[in-house]
Structure formats: structure tokens, C-alpha cells
Design a protein around this ligand. Structure first.
Ligand code: KIV
Length: 286
């Protein structure tokens, strides 16, 4: 197993121009695959609301659900830097509650860091969590938990004025002490400028190639999530097609009595079948 990376490794990677690989993960087997594939960091994202639970968005996701999934991912990827995503209403109502919930990801699930959405308006929360000794990743641009205020899941920073607001948010998040920043769904020109300007590692999900690393949602990458596909997604395989086809072939086999065959059956031990038949005959004669 490769040595687990730390925030210092990610800062060094930024300085050396080495790209950081970042993926979401929600369960034990996928976490095992991700660690075997050599991902640098994993996010237990509240996108699990849509990708695992079939909710329409991330708003219903609870801290309890996040902790359960983070624990499973931790077991599957013990050697990979793991980030827990703060769900809606786990950090908005008070700074104290935010620090407590952030701490749960470390104490109960063994995460290395937490992520939370928002720019200028969440800087007091970021500062308090950092002051508690926790590694924080900010998240600005398209922030799904507040997509209602943004008018839907829309790209941000596409006009000069909007882009300046995203830049201000980025500077505020770094100024509040965040250790990393995630940019979602903004033009590559804006993503590139922020990555060049900030000293902390800047990750991208739909923020262009000039950022310090890239994140994808695992359910998009493997072709599992069906509801919609954002522009920034590249599908690397078609799990939905492969799995549906396997299930259809299983149904065909069962219906045609082609499964199970001898190879899938437990044979009786030597000489036991005769004894079994004799026992059945004796029982029938009683
Ligand atoms: O929950 C998540 O997976 C995320 C990404 C969309 C960035 O926050």
C-alpha cells in the first residue's frame, strides 16, 4: 500500500505542477477500487443523496447518512486521504454546530478533512473549524446545496461581474484559513486564474484543466448515474449497461433452467447419497 498523502503532499504537488486525482466514493467496494487505482484523495460527497438514495438533490442528506457512508469508505480505502462532505444544515445554523459536525467526520469515520460549500458568507465557519485543528476544503462556484438560490444547477462566473464574485469568494475562503478549494462549474479562464492566484491547492469539477487537480463523481465516471449528465463529466465505462445486461442474462438462464448447473451445486459426500436414499425408503415404510 502506498503511503497515505497529507495536506503537505498536496501543497508540494501544486508547487511541482503535479496534478491531484480526486474522486467521490460512497461505499466499501468502490473505495477498494479507488485505492487500488491510486487515487490521491476521495470525497464522501453528499451527492450520495442522488447517486445512492435516489433523492432529487442533496438537501435531504443527513449527518447520520454521511457518517455511515464515510465509515464504509474508510474501511475500503484505509490508505487514501479521505474528505467528508458537510451536508445541508450541518453547518449553516451555528458555528458551534458546524465545528461539532466537522469533528464527527474525524472522530467517528476517520476522515482526514471536511468540505463545505460557500464563499464569503461561510468564512466564520471555516475559520472556527480550522481553529479546531481540522483540515478544510472550501467549495465555491456551483454549490448544489444552494442551487435554489442559484436558479438551478447552473454554471457560475460566466460574465465578468459574476467571475469577479467567484474570485472574491476564492480569496475569502483562502483568507479564512481553508487548506484547499474546490471550484465547481465555472469557465476554465476563471478556474485557471484562481488556481494561479491562490497558494492553496485548487481542485476542479468542471473548472477547467489549469486547476491543480480534478474531481469527478464516481457514479458519472463509471456510467452508473442515469438521471442527468453534467457537461463536465467524462464517462470511462458503462456500468449501467454491463450490469443490466448481466441481470437480463441471469433471468434468461433461470427461465431456461440453464442456471444453476452442476458446477454451482454442492455434491453429497462419497457414499452418502445411497445412505440418504435408504433413509428415505425406511422413512416411507414407517
Ligand atoms: O457531493 C459531492 O459529490 C460534491 C461534488 C459535486 C463537488 O460536493
Amino acid at each position: 500500500m502506498a503511503k497515505k498523502k497529507t495536506i503537505h503532499d498536496f501543497s508540494l504537488m501544486k508547487k511541482e505542477g503535479k496534478k491531484i486525482t480526486f474522486l467521490t466514493s460512497y461505499d466499501f467496494p468502490t473505495a477498494q477500487f479507488a485505492e487500488a487505482a491510486g487515487l490521491d484523495m476521495l470525497l464522501v460527497g453528499d451527492s450520495l443523496g442522488m447517486c445512492v438514495y435516489g433523492y432529487e438533490g442533496t438537501v435531504p442528506v443527513t449527518m447520520g447518512q454521511m457518517i455511515f457512508h464515510a465509515q464504509a469508505v474508510r474501511r475500503g480505502a484505509p490508505g487514501t486521504f479521505l474528505i467528508g462532505d458537510m451536508p445541508f444544515m450541518s453547518y449553516q445554523s451555528s458555528v458551534e454546530k458546524a465545528v461539532e459536525n466537522a469533528g464527527r467526520f474525524l472522530k467517528e469515520a476517520g476522515c482526514e478533512a471536511i468540505k463545505l460549500e460557500g464563499g464569503k458568507r461561510v468564512t466564520p465557519v471555516i475559520r472556527a473549524i480550522v481553529d479546531a485543528g481540522i483540515v478544510v476544503m472550501g467549495h465555491i462556484g456551483l454549490t448544489p446545496q444552494s442551487s435554489g438560490q442559484l436558479g438551478g444547477h447552473k454554471a457560475q462566473g460566466r460574465t465578468a461581474d459574476q467571475a469577479m464574485l467567484v474570485v472574491e469568494d476564492a480569496l475569502a475562503v483562502q483568507g479564512a484559513g481553508a487548506h484547499m478549494l474546490l471550484l465547481e462549474a465555472i469557465p476554465p479562464e476563471v478556474g485557471g486564474y484562481i488556481a494561479k492566484t491562490l497558494s492553496i491547492p485548487v481542485l476542479s469539477i468542471g473548472a477547467g484543466p489549469a486547476c491543480d487537480g480534478q474531481l469527478l463523481i464516481v457514479s458519472d465516471l463509471i456510467g452508473q448515474f442515469q438521471a442527468f449528465t453534467p457537461k463536465f463529466v467524462k464517462k470511462y465505462c458503462d456500468v449501467a449497461g454491463v450490469v443490466t445486461d448481466a441481470m437480463k442474462r441471469y433471468c434468461d438462464d433461470v427461465r431456461q433452467c440453464a442456471f444453476p448447473d452442476e458446477a454451482h451445486c454442492y455434491g453429497m459426500l462419497d457414499g452418502e447419497e445411497e445412505k440418504f436414499r435408504a433413509a428415505l425408503s425406511r422413512a416411507a415404510g414407517r
